[in-house]
Ligand binder design. Structure first.
Ligand SMILES: [Zn+2]
Length: 179
């Protein structure tokens, strides 16, 4: 059986279209892989950022809670509030303590002359984060240590920044440099 030119012409386009299809499939696979890598990378970056945000909020909350306990103890003993914000010092050397104090002072605004007379107002702001904690997911917010002049109790609150803006005035918190 002989192969005529007509048969050759029919075979060539078929081989070409198979090759084209293979190429298209290969490029689709490459594109899918690239998209997958980009998606996984974005998710990983988001997870790292969310973890960093939450760790910063947690460590701030722990410092505020430690401060609350000191303020409360002094209050319960009938002593005035401390002149500077207290920091836990257990297991911390002098250099580390200095670093922590600098970090605390740059992050937290303390109104050392807050009005702690009993019955003057309901809640008085004692200290708060100078800047809101920014979050990738969820609203930005700040920790605020408040003193209830009616009950003599201190409490740490987490306020969304919009709520902080609304309540800062009534709490008497005026952070220098903020409107
Ligand atoms: Zn904070």
């Amino acid at each position: 059986m002989t192969t005529g030119p007509g048969t050759l012409e029919r075979q060539s386009p078929t081989a070409g279209s198979v090759e084209l299809r293979t190429l298209r499939e290969r490029s689709r696979r490459v594109l899918r892989s690239v998209l997958m890598i980009v998606t996984v990378s974005l998710v990983m970056v988001a997870v790292v950022v969310i973890n960093r945000d939450e760790a910063s909020i947690r460590s701030c909350a722990q410092r505020m809670e430690a401060a609350r306990q000191v303020f409360q103890t002094l209050q319960d003993q009938g002593l005035p509030p401390p002149p500077t914000l207290p920091l836990p010092t257990e297991g911390v050397d002098a250099d580390e303590h200095r670093r922590l104090v600098r970090e605390l002072q740059s992050h937290v605004y303390y109104d050392a002359i807050f009005d702690h007379r009993p019955g003057t107002s309901h809640d008085v702001g004692v200290c708060c984060c100078r800047e809101p904690h920014a979050r990738l997911i969820g609203p930005d917010g700040r920790h605020v240590l408040v003193f209830d002049t009616q009950t003599g109790k201190y409490a740490v609150l987490w306020l969304r920044d919009t709520e902080f803006a609304r309540r800062a005035g009534e709490l008497g918190l005026r952070i220098p440099g903020e409107d």
